[in-house]
Ligand binder design. Structure first.
Ligand SMILES: C[S@@+](CC[C@H](N)C(=O)[O-])C[C@H]1O[C@@H](n2cnc3c(N)ncnc32)[C@H](O)[C@@H]1O
Length: 426
């Protein structure tokens, strides 16, 4: 896997069909107002080949690359925290609708070396923004950096916003407004120590927002991370699946979507519909094909439980929101009272991980009991625990077959894979 920086370097040679000035590094330019106005392009025909990048939770790059290859993406290349690929507008729409593990789908518009904010301004000014969206659209610019020596990433965002507005002013004597809360168009800037990349966000809201969850302020597992955990656990939609600490049911819902071949983005909207290149007929075709590939909702070998009654209520509510009422079997019970409902299958769960000392003590008491419970009842099953508590297998007195590093935001976590073969685990 290449690092983000080396990937950016290697991508410097990637091109899609568009005027060279838009994607090559440029020298700082003279102030916009002293230069000749740019002619507005009559038609907003998109380039046939788009240079795309899908960020994802760290640790899921390989899974995401396989998802992209299955969609028919070309030049799929993993980096730290995401996957680069090439495809046309249809692929970009399908990626937004169908990828389970991506956080966003970004379109790379400019990439170049920088020394200071002026270079980044010049890079962004070189992009033909009026070609991509109408001046009536509101915008938001966000900058992230890794090793950039610049004082303020917010100041970089401000300079890029200025560049976008200046480019519009030169073309049509008007500029887009900024809306930091609900922008129509999001622009992302990524900096490493030497290189700046300017992306247009084709997703809008991040893709873990599937469009069904009530925004309650609590922090369940992000949907794309839950899907990634399931895919890393080898879940293919056919095996019996149990989450005995289901919380709000995120893993159960993602599993059911995999089992029913339902596109994770089917209930939400996307940022690309705000772009000039948006083709409503093509988009409806993409959505219709995804709907045709769905299996009908029926009872599934997916079971979930939690000891907290309010979690049962919440999961039942969430299942109803996604049209899965009755498809998943639910119960209120302690994890230690859960029993297998098939000869073999997968336990996939995200146990609580304590931050406070007393929580950690309680977990240290639970883990040996979990180990005994697995050995006693779940021979033939494989348990997959996603946790930030790295003590877990040792305290369960079990040896994981795999310890897969995975990040939940900045939190260093593991997916511990424990195949329960009768009599083989101590
Ligand atoms: C980290 S949360 C799971 C979050 C879930 N993956 C989601 O996305 O909403 C852990 C869950 O384990 C449950 N839990 C804790 N101890 C339990 C036990 N002994 N038996 C059953 N459930 C338990 C908690 O009620 C909580 O809902």
């Amino acid at each position: 896997m290449s690092s983000f920086r080396s990937r950016q370097r290697s991508q410097a040679g990637r091109h899609f069909i568009r005027p060279a000035a838009e994607h090559e590094a440029s020298k700082p330019e003279a102030p916009a107002e002293r230069r000749a106005p740019v002619q507005r392009e009559a038609a907003a025909r998109p380039p046939r080949e788009l240079d795309l990048f899908a960020p994802c939770p760290r640790g899921l790059e390989g899974v995401l690359a396989r998802e992209l290859a299955a969609l028919g993406a070309e030049r799929v290349e993993t980096a730290d925290g995401g996957v680069g690929f090439v495809g046309d507008m249809t692929l970009m729409m399908r990626a937004n609708l169908e990828l389970r593990t991506a956080s966003r789908v970004l379109l790379r518009l400019a990439h170049g070396r920088y020394r200071d904010e002026r270079d980044i301004y010049a890079l962004a000014l070189n992009v033909d923004w009026p070609r991509w969206f109408d001046v009536s659209r509101t915008i938001k610019v966000k900058t992230d950096g890794h090793g950039s020596g610049l004082r303020s990433l917010d100041f970089v965002s401000l300079k890029v916003k200025d560049a976008v507005c200046d480019r519009f002013r030169r073309a049509q004597d008007a500029r887009p407004s900024v809306d930091t809360r609900y922008p129509d168009v999001r622009i992302h800037v990524y900096l490493d120590a030497e290189w700046a990349t300017v992306y247009l966000d084709t997703s809008g809201e991040p893709l873990f927002k599937r469009g069904w969850r009530d925004e309650t302020g609590e922090a369940p597992l992000r949907e794309n991370l839950a899907a990634g955990v399931l895919l890393l656990a080898g879940y293919d939609g056919s095996q019996p699946l149990l989450d005995p600490m289901m919380g709000s049911g995120t893993l159960l819902i993602e599993a059911a979507d995999i089992a029913l071949n339902r596109a994770p983005g089917r209930l939400r909207e996307f940022g690309f519909t705000e772009l000039r290149s948006y083709d409503a007929v093509a988009w409806e075709g993409v959505r219709a094909r995804a709907r045709q590939a769905e299996k009908p909702v029926a009872p599934l070998p997916i079971h979930g439980s939690d000891r907290a009654v309010q979690m049962l209520v919440k999961t039942r509510h969430n299942l109803g929101r996604v049209g899965l009422a009755g498809a998943v079997t639910l119960a209120q019970r302690d994890v230690l009272d859960a029993r297998p409902f098939a000869e073999s299958g997968l336990i996939v769960c995200n146990p609580p991980y304590g931050v406070r000392l007393d929580e950690q003590d309680a977990l240290a008491e639970l883990y040996p009991q979990l180990g005994s419970w697995l050995k006693q009842h779940f021979a033939g099953w494989t348990a997959n625990f996603f946790t930030g508590d790295l003590r877990m297998p040792k305290l369960m007195r079990l040896t994981p077959a795999r310890k897969i590093p995975l990040y939940n935001g900045a939190l260093d976590c593991r997916l511990f894979v424990l195949p329960m073969v009768a009599g083989s685990n101590r």
